[in-house]
Design a protein around this ligand. Structure first.
Ligand code: GTP
Ligand code: MG
Length: 198
């Protein structure tokens, strides 16, 4: 999709604040600090659209962005990151409930993009999420993030390992760098395919 316009349409702390589901939606999820907001900005070529931060846990709400591309438009949904140690259990449970409410009951959802830092091994959180999305029949892509952080040899080895790890078709696991603008065309193609098929 060629992005002509992108703007935030809602920030929701509860289901009642989700926007009307009249456009196809693509949700971005992953650990705090994995690079969700950065990747979203880079995909729509708008640097400051989604707030990014060095402080994990910045995105505490579900942010909905309308992405317009001529004939077709969609919503990108920046979900709050998980795995942040410095919040109370109660708050963590509240976030989890909110994210699950969204993912479980959103017919407009066409794809989930799970982000995985190239330098980390996927943990139980990622594996459970992938299984959970598969059970619900939600098409899933994995964006491996921050590949610019590794030198080419090491990068290739890590990407190979992660592609093997996730139980998804090969072209659904995509190496990206928001910093260097890598993998964006591939990720867009995969997103477009999910939106079309839905
Ligand atoms: P939460 O909102 O806390 O869940 O985090 P997030 O997943 O939205 O991460 P965010 O996009 O805010 O990025 C976290 C940090 O990683 C920021 O300091 C970014 O500049 C950095 N970052 C994101 N993508 C890349 C990348 O591709 N390469 C490098 N080197 N740094 C990146
Ligand atoms: Mg964020």
């Amino acid at each position: 999709m060629k992005v002509l316009r992108a703007e935030r349409v809602a920030s929701a702390a509860r289901a009642a604040d989700f926007p009307r589901p009249d456009l196809p939606e693509v949700a971005f999820l992953g650990r705090s600090n994995v690079g969700k907001s950065s990747l979203l900005n880079r995909l729509v070529k708008r640097k400051g659209l989604a707030q990014t931060s060095n402080t994990p846990g910045k995105t505490r709400l579900l942010h909905f962005y309308r992405v317009e591309g001529g004939a077709d438009s969609l919503l990108f949904v920046d979900l709050p990151g998980y795995g942040w140690a410095r919040v109370s259990k109660a708050e963590r449970r509240r976030w989890q409930a909110l994210v699950e409410t969204y993912l479980e009951d959103r017919p407009a959802l066409r794809a989930a993009v799970l982000l995985q830092d190239v330098r980390r091994d996927p943990g139980e959180d990622e594996d459970l999420l992938i299984a959970w999305l598969a059970e619900r029949g939600i098409p899933t892509l994995v964006a491996i993030t921050k590949v610019d952080k590794l030198k080419p040899m090491r990068r290739a080895a890590r990407v190979r390992l992660l592609v093997q790890h996730f139980p998804l078709p090969k072209d659904c696991v995509i190496a990206t760098s928001s910093e260097k603008g890598l993998g964006l065309g591939e990720l867009w193609a995969a997103i477009d395919a999910c939106v079309r098929d839905g």
